[in-house]
Design a protein around this ligand. Structure first.
Ligand SMILES: *[C@@H]1O[C@H](CO)[C@@H](O)[C@H](O)[C@H]1NC(C)=O
Ligand SMILES: *[C@@H]1O[C@H](CO)[C@@H](O)[C@H](O)[C@H]1NC(C)=O
Ligand SMILES: *[C@@H]1O[C@H](CO)[C@@H](O)[C@H](O)[C@H]1NC(C)=O
Ligand SMILES: *[C@@H]1O[C@H](CO)[C@@H](O)[C@H](O)[C@H]1NC(C)=O
Ligand SMILES: *[C@@H]1O[C@H](CO)[C@@H](O)[C@H](O)[C@H]1NC(C)=O
Ligand SMILES: *[C@@H]1O[C@H](CO)[C@@H](O)[C@H](O)[C@H]1NC(C)=O
Ligand SMILES: *[C@@H]1O[C@H](CO)[C@@H](O)[C@H](O)[C@H]1NC(C)=O
Length: 748
């Protein structure tokens, strides 16, 4: 009596709800949601405004709640009784009737006593192919389902009863019962019986039955055949599963139009229908409720829900989370609370300690190694600074400060390492008595020659930087420029201007040009080299001693212009005998014999070495030739012997003998002999040598040079060092008589 009253109330509430016209509109709050013992969730509903409105005249979701013959209320959709509605599966179960095909004893023929057909083709339903089966019960019976107009599909099966005794309860496999799957996506069907089969032939029951039924709810009973109580035992009411959708487009399409989109609840998702275009909604995993209502999907409390009984292992604690749950072990225990056991934390403590300790050790190692590296770096820096200070770096800096505008650079070790590619062997230009010379390219692109010295004398270390500064100020056209030095290494490195062409040594002994150099060119070379050395000796006080005068240290360009290189090595020369034993300054063949005895390097040592260079120019022989005969091995002694035996011609280069008058050559040889005097006292100074060579050059160029006039003979004075004053006089005489022509410059 109460329910009809409610229906009236709802009907009166309808106009208010009708104002919301969009499909996604929510149903009215006060709707009848139950009919009999059937729940009716939205989108289904009873009364307008309570269900999903799908268009004029279409009442798919609109149900009626009618009182049936037995006095109970049942929901109906059209004429179909609704058994229940599942939102989760998107299905509704409706009552379906059983078709009967029976033998009429009166008419003596087969007749369809009950025919039931379905057509929901204009609705939002489909007959679920997954949920339903066509079931045929009978003996000698063939039944089928087909679409209403019989053109879309047809499927069926045949049930026979060869022996009634062999029928089995629960087995629907052809004997007394058969079943067939139905196609997917159908929304109408008609059941038919094949008329040729008639149940009376060997059958007990009068009728055959065919029905599309929910597969899960049907179970064959032998009595359906033997006593024909199928209809009676089921009450003529078997469930049929219908799939429904809430929209006829796909989820993708539906989401695009928010106005009509049905999945309005939070934590809901759209599911495409398996029957074709169309979608329905579902609460996301871990949520349940009605996805078609705002906030319809609610979190499942898995910890308390009986369906999730004991979600965690017994001692574990269940903690509900939105959309899920967590299992955790009680305090002070640990383990797998989901399906394992929780154990006391004690053992875990050990693991924690072990982890802590290993992390600690790792940290300690890292800290210690970085501390070590920092210390190493500091030590390196200290070493560098010590070397820098030892080598007079501070003195040098002070000097540089007070003398602005110097083109002297103090290079760092890294700069020079980079320039020479870490002192690569391929960059070696030459190796000498006191070090190795590398070719290097500085960052600014300048090509330099870097000399790495072998040893440095303790006493001279302090002054080294300053001396380098002095050397760097030497500016002479015949001397290679010193750019700078590097002090932060144990033995300082010198950085020179790089002269690309060859050395005098290569010019004379290199084979190709060899003896083809004219005498004039040889004089030019000798003179320029002598000038450079004289300049070095006179430029500062005490004199700067080259210390390693030799043909490989004289660089020559194509115009035979000389550049004396590798000077300043003398500052590195040892002065005490102890070091001398281990290091012989200079090069064999050029060594001053007196220096060998006294260990005192003087400017006259350079003169001696220069004498040997003169001999190389005159003879084109090497200063030391280990392949030669015993007495010819050392060029200077070989030469001096030849001089004393008056067989100079034998040793001289044949080219100059044919080109030049013997007098001039003899004078040059005589000069060499003076330079090579055993006693340094008796050797001429470098200045005197330069002047004599200058004089000889002019004589060689002078047209009179070819004449052997008396006057000229006066000029060609030969003599010991003591006669140099005469030479100077003679020189002065020449310059007086013909200075304009000869272009003589007065000596410095
Ligand atoms: C339910 O009742 C209404 C009115 O009471 C009637 O019009 C309708 O046909 C009934 N439906 C069924 C399936 O009996
Ligand atoms: C048999 O057919 C007759 C004539 O059509 C009909 O009157 C009778 O009800 C039928 N019998 C049964 C059991 O349906
Ligand atoms: C049969 O019915 C379906 C829909 O139910 C329709 O598409 C088809 O055209 C019909 N065929 C005939 C021959 O009527
Ligand atoms: C099947 O079950 C029914 C009762 O449900 C019983 O009467 C019948 O004898 C059973 N049939 C067989 C073959 O066991
Ligand atoms: C059905 O069976 C009966 C008895 O065997 C027979 O008389 C009758 O002709 C059969 N009907 C058909 C349609 O085959
Ligand atoms: C969106 O849906 C509403 C209601 O179903 C409909 O009126 C409207 O035309 C749709 N818009 C589009 C762009 O499809
Ligand atoms: C809806 O979700 C539940 C569990 O989250 C799932 O079992 C069910 O199959 C889903 N329904 C559809 C129609 O996908």
């Amino acid at each position: 009596m109460l329910l009809p009253l409610m229906a009236v109330l709802i009907a009166s509430a309808w106009p208010a709800a009708a104002s919301t016209t969009t499909a996604a509109a929510q149903p009215a709050a006060a709707c009848q949601r139950r009919c009999g013992d059937v729940d009716i969730p939205y989108p289904f509903g009873i009364g307008r405004g309570c269900y999903l409105y799908t268009g004029e005249g279409d009442v798919t979701f609109g149900l009626t709640c009618n009182r049936t013959a037995d006095g109970s209320y049942r929901p109906f959709c059209w004429e179909y009784e609704v058994l229940d509605v599942s939102l989760r599966r998107g299905q509704a179960r409706v009552r379906n009737d059983i078709n009967r095909w029976c033998y009429n004893t009166t008419t003596r023929s087969m007749d369809a006593e009950s025919t039931w057909w379905w057509d929901v083709s204009d609705s939002w339903f489909h007959v679920s192919d997954e949920g339903n089966r066509l079931v045929v019960v009978g003996c000698n019976s063939l039944a089928y389902v087909t679409s209403v107009n019989e053109t879309e599909y047809m499927t069926g099966c045949m049930a026979t009863c060869p022996s009634v005794g062999r029928l089995e309860n629960g087995s629907c496999s052809g004997m007394g019962c058969c079943e067939a799957a139905i196609p997917r996506g159908i929304n109408s069907y008609v059941v038919g019986f094949e008329e040729k089969f008639n149940t009376t032939s060997g059958a007990v029951g009068r009728c055959s039955y065919a029905v599309v039924v929910e597969a899960a709810s049907f179970e064959f009973r032998t009595t359906y055949v033997t006593t024909g109580d199928f209809v009676e035992s089921t009450g003529g009411k078997v469930p049929l599963v219908l799939d429904w959708v809430v929209g006829k487009e796909t989820c993708r399409e539906a989401r695009r139009n928010a106005t009509g989109y049905m999945c309005v609840s939070r934590d809901s998702e759209c599911v495409d229908s398996r029957n074709g275009p169309g979608y329905l909604c579902n609460c996301s995993a871990g949520f349940e409720g009605n996805p078609y209502l705002l906030d319809g999907c609610q979190d499942i409390n898995e910890c308390e829900d009986s369906r999730f009984k004991y979600p965690c292992s017994v001692p574990g604690t269940c903690i509900n989370t939105p959309g899920g749950f967590r299992c955790s072990c009680p305090d002070k225990t640990t383990g797998n609370a989901y399906f394992g056991t929780c154990e006391a934390k004690k053992s875990q403590l050990g693991v924690h300690i072990a982890i802590g300790v290993s992390i600690g050790i790792a940290l300690l190692v890292i800290i210690m190694s970085s501390a070590y590296m920092i210390q190493q770096k500091r030590r390196l820096a200290t070493v560098k600074r010590r070397y820098f200070n030892q080598h007079g770096g501070l003195l040098l800096f002070e000097e540089m400060k007070s003398n602005q505008g110097l083109s002297f650079t103090v290079f760092t070790k890294e700069e020079l390492e980079e320039a020479t590619n870490k002192f690569d062997e391929r960059n070696v230009l030459g190796k000498g008595g006191n070090g190795t010379v590398y070719r290097g390219t500085l960052k600014d692109g300048r090509v330099v020659a870097i000399k790495r010295c072998k040893l440095i004398n303790e006493r001279q270390k302090k002054e080294f930087g300053k001396e380098m500064l002095i050397l760097s100020q030497i500016n002479h056209r015949n001397i290679v420029k010193l750019h700078g030095c590097c002090l932060e290494v144990e033995v300082p490195m010198l950085v020179y201007e790089f002269i690309p062409n060859g050395t005098l040594y290569q010019l004379i002994h290199g084979g190709r040009h060899g003896s083809r150099i004219s005498f004039a060119a040889r004089l030019k070379i000798a003179h320029e080299a002598a000038e450079a050395l004289a300049y070095l000796h006179s430029w500062a006080s005490p004199p700067i001693i080259h210390g390693d005068v030799k043909s490989p240290n004289m660089l020559i360009d194509e115009n035979y212009t000389v550049k004396v290189s590798d000077f300043g090595a003398s500052t590195l020369a040892p002065t005490d005998e102890a070091q001398f034993v281990t290091l012989v300054q200079g090069t064999c063949g050029y060594l001053d014999p007196e220096y060998m005895q006294t260990c005192k390097l003087t400017d006259k040592s350079d003169v001696y070495s220069f004498g040997v260079v003169l001999l190389e120019l005159l003879t084109c022989r090497k200063a030391l030739n280990l392949q030669a005969l015993e007495e010819e091995k050392n060029l200077s002694s070989h030469f001096l012997l030849a001089m004393s035996e008056n067989r100079l011609e034998g040793i001289l280069d044949s080219q100059i003998q044919s080109e030049q008058s013997i007098e001039l050559i003899e004078q040059m040889a005589d000069l060499a002999k003076q330079c090579l005097d055993m006693s340094s006292e008796k050797r001429p100074s470098m200045r005197q040598v330069a002047e004599e060579l200058d004089r000889l050059r002019k004589l060689a160029e002078h047209p009179w040079g070819r004449h052997e006039s008396e006057e000229l003979k006066k000029l060609l004075v030969r003599g010991s060092p003591s006669t140099f004053s005469e030479i100077e006089l003679s020189n002065g005489y020449v310059s007086l008589t013909d200075s304009a022509y000869l272009g003589i410059q007065s000596p410095r």
